[in-house]
Design a protein around this ligand. Structure first.
Ligand SMILES: CN1CCC[C@H](Cn2ccc3ccc(-c4n[nH]c(N)c4C#N)cc32)C1
Length: 247
């Protein structure tokens, strides 16, 4: 997978050199390219913003630097030339980023992220970009950040970790939160007794059927307690009757 990120703060993306994402880059699984938007300006002040038409607080990001940057990225396309790369525009006004979307986007050959700042990017850029990209405004969550970079860090990690060869044990991707519509079960490790708190005995039993049943039940309990909205969506018909009464 190729990922291109355009930002006025390229150093914000430095954490993508670390840990599993960094290893994916070293292993050739991920080709990550970060571009400084100011490299695509032409004035001596390297201007990327200006005052908003219609008035209002703050500044808006100018269209031309973005068009120059995104055209350069589009030209460096990876994979099937007939398939437009996906341009993800982090925005509080975007579709909500979810684990399902992470899986969908992990199937793309190239992703481009446009990190806005100030009050956002001139809307005509989004309209123009449709010629070269499949444009998807996307929100990390229902709260306001100061720009798109934090969202790109989170989205990139959520997507890239799903690529084959990135996570050591692919099994761990199966039972994690949101992978099957439920929250993940609690985990424990040595020592079995810690500050008078014991590991649930079933986990020490060696009975894999009972352990699996206990873990599934914990998933339902946690989801019911912490995210009843998810349980409403989840097909409760999968829930064994004994587990339902215990919720
Ligand atoms: C129009 N608003 C006004 C308030 C300040 C905003 C700053 N900003 C500028 C670019 C930009 C990009 C993403 C996000 C963002 N916020 N929350 C999320 N989940 C996001 C995501 N993805 C925020 C951003 C812009």
């Amino acid at each position: 997978m190729r990922i291109d990120v355009v930002s006025i703060f390229p150093e914000y993306l430095a954490p993508l050199e670390l840990s599993l994402i960094g290893k994916a880059r070293q292993d050739g699984i991920l080709d990550l390219n970060v571009h400084d938007l100011r490299e695509f300006t032409t004035d001596k002040h390297r201007s990327v913003d200006d005052t908003p038409y219609g008035g209002g607080a703050g500044m808006v990001m100018k269209a031309e630097p973005w068009a120059q940057a995104l055209s350069t990225v589009a030209a460096a396309r990876a994979g099937d030339a007939a398939r437009k790369p996906v341009l993800i525009v982090p925005s509080p006004a975007g579709e909500r980023f979810t684990q399902a979307l992470a899986h969908e986007l992990a199937g793309e050959e190239q992703l481009v992220f446009a990190c806005g700042r100030y009050e956002g990017i001139d809307e005509r850029v989004i309209e123009w970009a449709e010629e070269h990209f499949t444009v998807r405004p996307m929100s990390l969550g229902d709260y306001v950040l100061n720009g798109g970079e934090v969202a790109v860090l989170a989205m990139t990690e959520a997507i890239v970790r799903l690529l084959p060869g990135v996570v050591g044990n692919p099994e761990s991707l199966v039972e994690e939160s949101h992978s099957d519509g439920l929250l993940e079960y609690p985990v424990y490790t040595k020592p079995s007794s810690w500050r008078d708190r014991e590991v649930p005995p079933v986990l020490l039993s060696g009975n894999h059927g009972k352990i699996a049943q206990w873990r599934r039940h914990q998933q339902y309990r946690r989801t019911a307690q912490r995210r009843p909205d998810l349980l409403a969506e989840f097909d409760a018909g999968n829930l064994p009757r004994a587990d339902r009464t215990a919720l």
